[in-house]
Design a protein around this ligand. Structure first.
Ligand SMILES: Cc1ncc(COP(=O)(O)O)c(C=O)c1O
Length: 304
């Protein structure tokens, strides 16, 4: 097994990624019984760390998982993972698993919940040098897990619908996939939310999706830049007829989609609305309202 560089926190200690191991009996592994969140660090600063920690706490609460540390301690553990890794740009994940019962009983209430954090090199859905070309995606026939089965606002590892969607994309020569709901409306993709732009108006699904922190950021930036935006049901057909489509994720920010089902989206290159949002997004990475340096977090100042 090959491991990336980086530092993990597991069983209360900081270790190299290659030493971060869990029991195969952890229900996080056996049943995807876990929640997680991912925040990125860019040029030594966390981006919207408080929003990610807030969502992580809410997800844990909804799944009846108990975080063994305070939110402030969690922030310092994440910062320590980054500092020890030496990265200026990093992909920083926090995971809370159900764990297992010390007596191996099947009663979930006996489980000891496990907190695992790690910092690894920044991971991109679309690398910066690929931005002008944009992403090629398919609208997969695979339906997103219904929200009344697994709550998509709780960040979770129930990814087999996305995994099969990705294989669907690979088979059709595309890079990624967006899944739809039972009514043929857009849901989301493996690790990202989706937006359409038609005649200057932006739309993004308002249900059946994770409230992505990058999604929320794009919505705030659209308001600042004066782009009208609606959160509503978005029919899959609207993506095919859009002037622009973009996706949002901590793993890459705001990213243009230039091909859907092998056909060009609009002019087939990054459009002006996407470009303005993308530029505003990266420009805000050193704004103290939305970012905090790793050193500040280490010294106990949680913000950003
Ligand atoms: C299913 C899903 N939707 C959307 C997102 C985007 O969320 P964020 O912008 O908070 O990274 C993610 C991130 O991993 C995700 O897993």
């Amino acid at each position: 097994m090959n491991y990336p560089a980086g530092t993990a926190y597991i069983d209360g200690a900081f270790v190299p990624m290659s030493e971060a191991k869990i029991s195969v009996l952890d229900w996080g592994f056996l049943h995807s019984d876990a929640t997680y969140d991912v925040v990125h660090v860019w040029k030594g600063r966390f981006f919207r760390l408080d929003s990610h920690i807030e969502r992580f706490l809410r997800s844990a609460d909804r799944l009846r998982l108990t975080l063994p540390v305070s939110p402030g301690e969690l922030a310092r553990i994440l910062a320590e993972c980054v500092a020890r890794s030496g990265f200026q740009d990093a992909y920083v994940e926090m995971v809370l698993t159900r764990g297992a019962s010390p007596t191996f009983s099947r009663d979930l209430r006996d489980a000891r919940h496990q907190l695992i954090c790690f910092a690894i090199p920044f991971g991109w859905i679309l690398r910066p040098e690929q931005r002008e070309a944009g992403l090629s995606i398919v609208l997969s026939d695979i339906r997103r897990i219904p929200p009344d089965s697994v709550d998509p606002t709780v960040k979770n590892y129930h990814w087999l619908d996305f995994v099969m969607g990705l294989y669907d994309a690979y088979d059709r020569g595309a890079q990624s996939a967006v899944l739809t709901d039972a009514g043929g409306n857009l849901a989301e993709g493996p690790g990202f939310n989706i937006f359409t732009v038609r005649q200057g108006r932006i739309a993004t699904p308002d249900r059946g999706v994770l409230r992505g922190v990058t999604r929320q950021t794009a919505i705030a930036l659209a308001a600042e830049l004066g782009f009208p935006l609606e959160e509503r049901l978005v029919a899959a057909a609207e993506a095919l007829a859009a002037d622009e489509v973009f996706v949002t994720s901590t793993a890459g920010g705001i990213m243009p989609v230039t091909r859907i089902n092998a056909a060009a989206v609009g002019a087939g290159r990054m459009g002006p609305v996407t470009r303005a949002l993308l530029e505003a997004y990266w420009a805000r990475h050193d704004d103290p309202a939305w970012s905090t340096s790793v050193d500040e977090v280490l010294s106990g100042n949680l913000a950003g």
